[in-house]
Design a protein around this ligand. Structure first.
Ligand code: GLA
Length: 389
């Protein structure tokens, strides 16, 4: 009996079936400090964010993870224990504050000696740091490759197979350390898709993994990353998700049409939805875009099928995602700077008979369609539909 459990656990890549079943059954939703606060984030920023998640109703829509990115770390104590810096004097108290509001706390580290912003990483301290995080009450770890990349360059000598083996080992090591704490902690890798990370990251125990480089607050960045996710849908599903990086909505660089483009594309991609703006100073457009429940229910669809591109004509794209009840979510994207009419053929969606169509940004039912139809799409904009028989 013990032996067969061990075999099953090995088969699942070291992840016990209970943990697999419980963590990240839909893509994680919440907020991350990096895109707005960068390396200067503080305890006060995190508390204000937690309060805003509650006050705006975002928590009740599913945005529950409050993730501190790089910039919280202080020095290690003489016995090796990692501590917060002067802006994070009491991590346990901060975790209590977050938990008391029905939210969960995320934190950030690296398999390298240093994080990307030059702070203390977990190299050689993996088990100790996992225990520290669990003791504080951490619920989510983003583990970012950062300075470990230099070690890869030195030791893998440009050999992608060796690089993959090395990354696999360090990511799996932290996963084992997290598991050994007994606390359920969502495990998020940030290794930028190196060595086709999407094809093996789930076997390290990761619940999500970055598929590319850092997102920036402009349309070219969000569409450059988002549209480059084509072909990755087969690697994700409940408990293990592709991560095209965080949201930039509300940070000032996207028009409302462009913001709806990121939100629509990320939802079709079954992507983690981590807002990256200052939630305590958000305008109503940004809140309405982040908090559109019809769009969120596409992202959080329980079947967990990631969508993919089904049609492309230069800067015009159509992506679809199969939903749990036989419905199909459809996004028509216009990468041009002028309005355009995009043709949609029912056959692209796998339907042969007339379908009912709902426009989820407009919250309105459209006339049913039974053949080819064109949709007018704004510059850098999107039409997001849910179609069903
Ligand atoms: C890397 C990651 C970012 C962020 C920064 C922090 O660039 O990809 O998401 O975590 O490090 O230094």
């Amino acid at each position: 009996m013990i032996r067969s459990f061990a075999v099953l656990t090995a088969f699942l890549g070291g992840v016990g079936p209970t943990t697999m079943a419980q963590l990240a059954t839909t893509p994680p939703m919440g907020w991350n400090s990096w895109n707005h606060f960068g390396g200067q984030v503080s305890d006060a920023d995190i508390r204000a964010t937690a309060d805003a998640l509650v006050a705006t109703g975002m928590r009740d829509s599913g945005y529950v993870y409050v993730n501190i990115d790089d910039g919280w770390q202080g020095k290690r104590t003489a016995s090796g224990e990692l501590t917060g810096n002067e802006r994070f004097p009491d991590m346990r108290a901060l975790a209590n504050y977050i938990h008391a509001r029905g939210l969960k706390l995320g934190i950030y580290s690296s398999p390298g000696a240093l994080t990307c912003a030059g702070n203390e990483g977990s190299m050689g301290h993996e088990e100790e740091d996992a225990r520290t995080f669990a003791k504080w009450g951490v619920d989510y770890l983003k583990y970012d490759i950062c300075s470990y990349r230099k070690i890869l360059e030195q030791d893998a000598h440009g050999d992608p197979k060796l690089a993959k083996q090395m990354m696999f080992a360090v990511f799996q090591r932290m996963h084992s350390a997290l598991r050994a704490t007994g606390r359920p902690i969502v495990y998020s890798l940030s290794q930028h898709g190196l060595s086709r990370g999407w094809a093996w990251a789930s076997q390290t125990g990761a619940n999500l993994w970055r598929t590319g480089d850092d997102v920036h607050d402009d349309y070219l960045s969000i569409t450059g990353i988002g549209f480059a996710q084509a072909g990755l849908s087969k690697f994700s599903g409940p408990g293990h998700w592709n991560d095209p990086d965080m949201l930039e909505i509300g940070n000032g660089g996207l028009t409302p049409d462009e913001a709806r483009t990121q939100m629509s594309l990320w939802s079709l991609l079954a992507a983690p939805l981590l807002a990256g703006n200052d939630l305590s100073k958000m305008d109503s457009d940004s809140l309405n875009i982040l908090n559109n429940r019809e769009v969120l229910s596409i992202d959080q669809d329980p079947a967990g099928h990631q969508g993919d591109r089904v049609w492309c004509e230069g800067p015009l794209e159509i992506w679809t995602r199969a939903l749990v009840n036989g419905s199909v979510a459809v996004g028509l994207f216009n990468g041009n700077q002028g309005p355009v009419e995009i043709p949609l053929d029912l056959k692209l969606l796998g339907f042969k008979h007339a379908v009912k169509v709902r426009d989820v940004w407009q919250h309105s039912d459209l006339a049913s369609i039974d053949g080819p139809r064109v949709f007018r799409v704004a510059p850098h904009g999107v039409i997001l539909l849910v179609v069903h028989q």
